[in-house]
Design a protein around this ligand. Structure first.
Ligand code: ATP
Length: 565
């Protein structure tokens, strides 16, 4: 599937629109349309139901070390600024970014390589020079480079040094090649030479993926959106839009313990918006600046934490599989030692091979992390840093905590064993928007099906799991006469209180089926001539195109039964 086809379908059928589109859109922000909102709600509801409300604390689930309880919270987006200072987000939550000196656009340093491969001007240059992305060049054709610079290059890469000052750039290149005529030049090296105006002063430059201009050195950039609470816009009133929902759970740990009878092990779940001022939002909704997270903080005794980590990792992976993500595009990947965050004793990512990524590459859907006692300790004692093998409170020049914790006791007292300890935490942290995007990508299907006249034509359909499908069933009268609409409306009204169903009587029935296939409606119920005689209707399956008859009174039970799969 080409990503463009899915993006076009999402817009055409009302799944996703660019935010503020009539004003030209706002980069990194997306709106869910009438069908998208249903899809995302179904994902959220499936998650909440499967993880929280349908979880049975009286039984030991398969693979779990013991029975456990689950509960939830819904916290504010803006929290006390000290939360982010103690959690480390204030000091550590940043990306390295580079700015283009020519077009002034910002880029995340670790995204530039990938963006250059996809860049319009790099591809134009590669075509003109007839080289592939992995070729090594022994000979550089200066005349062809000059020709490209003066024609195509002017349009697609106006900031590139080769375009602005071709003679200078080509002289650096010639000098380099003359120095070492037998060593081939990589494409990356060639791109750097043609992006460099003053090699002796600056060294080789990395070009801007958009205009070819030279990029500044990487600089740190904090991803948290800032705002002010109250009338005064000074540093004392500066607050942040949360970059994750997790901290709301940690700071309410004591409240939940004191207001319920939960006992360790237990988990607290939260679904809500998070905000990150991503430098290069891209790949449709994959990297947005406003997005929704579905997070669980699971509190357990340190001695069982590894077993719980494994349990959650496997359970969360299975959740995606059960809702229809095919196993070969989905994978569970354990982080290497180098990748682990400073506090984590184990992290695994659940990843999906999104079609916009190069073959063999995967994007993160969810991270499952063993966080030890880092978070609860930070909110008790203050911001923690590593000192050898252990975590200690970071001190300022005067030997005082750099960021003071709450000072509240966030330990847990087990009244049976009489043990007091700081629980360890397992955190499955998922993104609702990335899940929605993965389910959309996975659902997109094409086949051939006969049209009204029996001629096979291409059919586009979204093969959503029935639990996720925005519309569960559509009800049609075959034709708009002979009392068929009346019966169809009766069926529709009987289903409506129970399911999101859709009524349609306009146009040829084949076209109506196709419109429902295209938005992933699993079942279509049709009232036809036979209904008038024996009171039965046809039900058509979106994926197999099979049709069968049921009594019109049995539509609800039939659809409900099939939605369970
Ligand atoms: P990435 O490495 O892709 O930036 P991350 O490791 O920073 O992601 P986490 O902090 O672990 O992400 O956040 C948990 C989940 O939140 C991610 O797995 C993802 O599903 C979602 N998420 C994070 N950032 C974004 C974003 N910018 N847009 C959409 N979803 C996001």
């Amino acid at each position: 599937m080409e990503m463009e086809q899915l993006v076009a379908l999402c817009k055409r059928r009302g799944f996703l629109f660019q935010s503020s589109e009539i004003y030209g859109g706002l980069n990194g922000f997306w709106d869910y349309g009438p069908l998208g909102v249903e899809l995302k709600r179904n994902i959220r509801e499936a998650w909440w139901r499967d993880m929280v409300t349908a979880h049975n604390e009286l039984e030991v689930p398969s693979g779990a070390p013991s029975a456990y309880e689950m509960t939830g919270v819904d916290c504010t987006i803006i929290m006390h600024p000290q939360v982010w200072k103690c959690s480390g987000h204030y000091d550590l939550f940043h990306d390295m970014m580079q700015t283009c000196r020519q077009c002034k656009k910002l880029f995340r340093a670790d995204h530039i390589g990938e963006m250059l491969k996809e860049s319009e001007w790099v591809n134009s240059l590669a075509t003109a020079m007839s080289f592939g992305p992995h070729d090594k060049l022994l000979k550089v054709d200066g005349a062809a480079l000059m020709k490209w610079a003066k024609t195509k290059g002017k349009k697609v890469a106006p900031g590139l040094a080769l375009v602005r000052k071709p003679e200078v750039t080509l002289s650096w290149l010639a000098e380099h090649v003359a120095k070492d005529p037998n060593t081939p030049l990589t494409i990356a090296e060639l791109l750097q030479y043609i992006a460099t105006e003053q090699l002796n002063v600056t060294g080789p430059q990395i070009p801007c993926p958009l205009c070819g201009g030279d990029l500044t050195e990487p600089r740190e950039f904090n991803l948290m959106f800032e705002t002010y609470t109250g009338a005064m816009r000074d540093d004392n009133n500066k607050t942040f839009l949360r970059p994750e929902t997790a901290q709301g759970i940690f700071v309410n740990f004591k409240n939940v313990l004191d207001s319920t009878r939960v006992k360790i092990p237990f988990g607290i779940a939260q679904i809500g918006k998070s905000f990150r001022n991503e430098i290069t939002p891209r790949n449709f909704t994959f990297r947005s600046r406003e997005f929704e997270q579905m997070e669980i903080e699971f509190f357990c005794h340190p001695s069982t934490s590894h077993a719980w980590y494994k349990y959650w990792r496997d359970l969360r992976y299975k959740w995606y599989v059960d809702l229809g993500l095919a196993s070969d595009r989905l994978r569970l990947r354990d982080h290497t030692k180098e990748e682990l965050s400073h506090y984590s004793c184990g992290t695994a990512d659940i990843e999906y091979a999104f079609p916009f990524l190069p073959p063999g590459e995967f994007g993160e859907l969810e991270g499952v992390a063993h966080r030890g006692d880092f978070d609860l300790r930070s909110h008790m004692e203050g911001k923690l840093v590593h000192s050898g093998e252990s975590l200690v409170v970071e001190l300022d020049a005067e030997g005082k905590p750099r960021y003071r914790g709450s000072g509240k006791d966030l330990t847990y007292f087990d009244d049976q064993t009489r043990e007091k300890y700081i629980p360890h935490v397992i955190e499955p942290s998922a993104g609702a928007d990335r899940a929605a995007l993965a389910y959309l990508c996975e659902a997109y299907s094409e086949d051939e099906a006969p049209d009204e006249n029996g001629v096979p034509v291409k059919r586009v359909f979204l093969k959503f799991h029935p639990r996720l499908a925005p519309i569960k069933a559509a009800v049609f009268p075959l034709v708009k006469k002979d009392g068929m609409p009346e019966i169809a409306k009766e069926i529709y009204c009987s289903l409506k209180p129970h399911l999101n169903v859709f009524y349609d009587e306009k146009g040829a029935v084949g076209r109506r089926y196709r419109r429902q296939d295209e938005v992933g409606t699993p079942f279509c119920i049709t009232v036809d001539g036979q209904t008038l005689q024996d009171g039965t209707v046809t039900i058509r399956d979106r994926d197999t195109l099979k049709q069968w008859r049921v009594k019109k009174e049995d539509c609800l039970s039939e659809i409900k039964e099939r939605l369970k799969t």
